[in-house]
Design a protein around this ligand. Sequence first.
Ligand SMILES: C[S@@+](CC[C@H](N)C(=O)[O-])C[C@H]1O[C@@H](n2cnc3c(N)ncnc32)[C@H](O)[C@@H]1O
Length: 225
Amino acid sequence: MPVFRGGKIPQKKRGLLGKEISRYWKGKRQYGEAENWCVKNTPFKKIKGIFPAIFMPVNGKPSFIEETAQAKGKPAVVLDWGCENGRTGKELAREYGDKVRVYGYSKDSYPSWAKAGGVKFIHATKEDLPRYLKNGSVDLIYSYFGLDHLSEKEGGLAQHLQQLVPKLSVGGKIALNLTDISLSLNERIMDEIQGAVVQSGAVMERENIVSQGSVLHIVYITRKK
Ligand SMILES: C[S@@+](CC[C@H](N)C(=O)[O-])C[C@H]1O[C@@H](n2cnc3c(N)ncnc32)[C@H](O)[C@@H]1O
């Protein structure tokens, strides 16, 4: 079962870390070496500034995370899509304590997952991810340079988002960034996303922010029904 409880991974399962699940073949996982990504090890402090609508208090109201936990009377369920070495999720879990239940998801796994207490890691392909998430069970999926990879050469971002929306609770959100590689490409993708999310009963909002000198297109998707 490729779900690992950070901080409590038994020695014999640690050999499964440091691997990429490249694909499934005849029902079996095929493993390769985990990729060394250029964007990695991002501190949660930075993620807060990328997605302020989620993590910062707005107009004197508590942040989306705190408000959600308060309304539910139990921890908000949060998934870091493309969590890489797990640092962001670990720091998020530490900051919000018992207000959150944090999952990291990635097709690559890393030895540092063993030390990321407070986070459960799902190691699977994106095609298999929906199997791990119950419908209506996730309050927030955020992705910093994760889902963005499906917008370019790999493709399939809009279709994948359409599969993720039903996993959100009503009022739940997906927050992701897209890069400014080509505005025309991005605009086509924005239209595709918009079409896909509206069909699945969600709304999309977007804003542009400047981070380290480049423009990031930030997309927020909220499940409405
Ligand atoms: C650039 S890293 C993200 C870095 C991380 N969010 C951070 O800020 O430190 C990309 C992440 O997305 C995951 N990823 C990329 N393409 C993927 C795919 N097609 N399916 C599943 N995970 C993918 C990678 O395994 C990795 O964890």
